[in-house]
Design a protein around this ligand. Structure first.
Ligand SMILES: CC(C)(COP(=O)(O)OP(=O)(O)OC[C@H]1O[C@@H](n2cnc3c(N)ncnc32)[C@H](O)[C@@H]1OP(=O)(O)O)[C@@H](O)C(=O)NCCC(=O)NCCS
Length: 401
């Protein structure tokens, strides 16, 4: 099968996007197609062609990703799909090859994605970099421990009014949490605060509550309510699209609000692994947290990625890195403030996908070694590498893309 990978021309966009949508069982209307078209960047949108028929796509958004101590350019990989007739014949592999080569050439040191299935991307050098919890909490058991009582004020705002306060809270948090992605106003308006009918899936429109403490927006909840009744009793669900708080006090008020919504029995939300909620409630079990592997990260340019993050100690550790997909990364690297290629003897040996697991601070080298994914060649190197990569908090990615 001769497959060609290229950027679709203007005339070919629609057919390529419709193909991708069909893979996910979606039938976008013209408004929705236009919305996607505006968000996608032409030279970062790839299609695989069998003759003139699009049979696969992949794209990436030009993100700025918060990393420990700073931020770096990262391709936000999305729109990955291959037509059922052409699966398991190497089409995705060809798309990934082209995309990684282009990211490298363009100088984006990182790529990130959400996987539809966890088994797909490890082979391309991606690693689990920012796991989170999915919460499906029993509202009837919700109670805050050591509760000082409600503080501040909750304001319900329209989606249009929500842009400013949401951006304000988000920008307070973003630089401090590895895994966050920069959002401009357009991204807010066409993404998080957009509300096309087909996104609702049987639930209400998006509502936004802004929590003000000391007169300042300090948290927000973007959510839907899925209304249900059984035998005359309400059994609705609160579906949190995004909840974010800039302080611990604001976090308490955020959850007090969401768990206080009448006619509902469950509160569903993605949860930051560092969220204090688990420790703030009387009955942590009732939150029903399920671990998810979360955001996947690929170090496209290991040198730039290592230079672009901070380190928590003055130590140095030399690693022998395997990278079968991006051979320009393979070889020996010194980790630390003077990160660079080196000829010194290696103290640890690992794959580039394992380095991705520790890069944002989700895991440490010792934990990977316990899973036999990192090999310690010099005694003490694991402990030194752990200390070097230590971060004040685990990463978290609130973005969907
Ligand atoms: C996932 C998908 C893009 C894979 O495309 P594909 O062209 O079949 O992938 P390839 O043929 O290049 O597969 C490369 C390797 O990955 C493996 N692989 C592909 N999809 C896989 C999956 N879903 N689970 C496990 N392994 C998978 C293949 O078996 C192959 O392994 P091998 O090299 O050992 O033979 C395609 O199945 C698809 O469109 N699925 C539905 C949409 C989707 O889930 N998209 C991803 C969104 S994040």
């Amino acid at each position: 099968m001769a497959i060609e990978i290229r950027n679709p021309s203007e005339d070919e966009w629609r057919a390529a996007m419709l193909m991708t949508s069909s893979v996910f069982g979606d039938e976008p209307n013209d408004d929705e197609l236009e919305r996607h078209r505006k968000m996608l960047v032409r030279e970062r949108f790839y299609a695989a062609y069998d003759g003139d028929v699009p049979v696969g796509t992949a794209a990436d958004f030009p993100f700025r990703l918060t990393v420990p101590g700073g931020e770096l350019a990262a391709g936000g990989v999305t729109w990955v799909a291959v037509l059922p007739s052409h699966r398991r014949q190497g089409v995705l592999t060809k798309l990934m090859r082209r995309e990684l080569d282009d990211l490298h050439e363009r100088g984006d040191p990182l790529a990130v994605l959400w996987a539809s299935e966890a088994a797909i991307y490890g082979r391309f050098g991606y690693g689990m970099a920012a796991p989170h919890f999915d919460m499906d909490a029993d509202r009837s058991r919700f109670a805050l421990r050591d509760d000082p009582g409600p503080r501040g004020k909750v304001r319900m705002v329209s989606l249009g009014q929500a842009v400013e306060p949401c951006m304000e809270v988000y920008e307070r948090v973003r630089p401090t949490v590895p895994g966050f992605v920069g959002r401009n106003r357009e991204w807010w308006e066409t993404g998080r605060l957009a509300d096309p009918e087909q996104w609702r899936r049987g639930a209400s429109p998006k509502y936004v509550a802004v929590i003000e403490l000391d007169g300042e927006p300090s948290a927000y909840a973007i959510y839907r309510v899925k209304s249900e009744w059984e035998s005359g009793f309400p059994k609705g669900h609160v579906r949190v699209v995004e909840g974010l708080a800039a302080t611990a006090a604001a976090e308490r008020e955020l959850w007090r609000f969401l768990f206080g919504i009448d006619l509902t029995v469950r509160v569903e939300s993605r949860l930051d692994p560092a969220s204090p909620l688990f420790l703030m409630v009387v009955d942590a079990r009732s939150l029903q947290l399920r671990a998810s592997e979360g955001l996947w990260l690929r170090l496209v340019d290991v040198g730039a990625a290592l230079e672009g993050r901070s380190y928590a100690s003055d130590d140095e550790v030399v690693v022998e890195l395997r990278d079968a997909i991006c051979p320009w990364n393979a070889g020996r690297w010194r980790l630390g403030r003077d990160a660079a290629r080196t000829a010194e003897p290696a103290e640890l040996e690992l794959d580039v996908s394992d380095l991705a697991c520790v890069y944002l601070g989700a895991f440490d080298f010792s934990r990977l070694a316990a899973a036999e994914r990192v090999r310690e060649l010099k005694q003490g190197a694991l402990a030194s590498a752990d200390a070097l990569f230590r971060t004040p908090r685990p990463p978290y990615c609130p973005e969907d893309f």
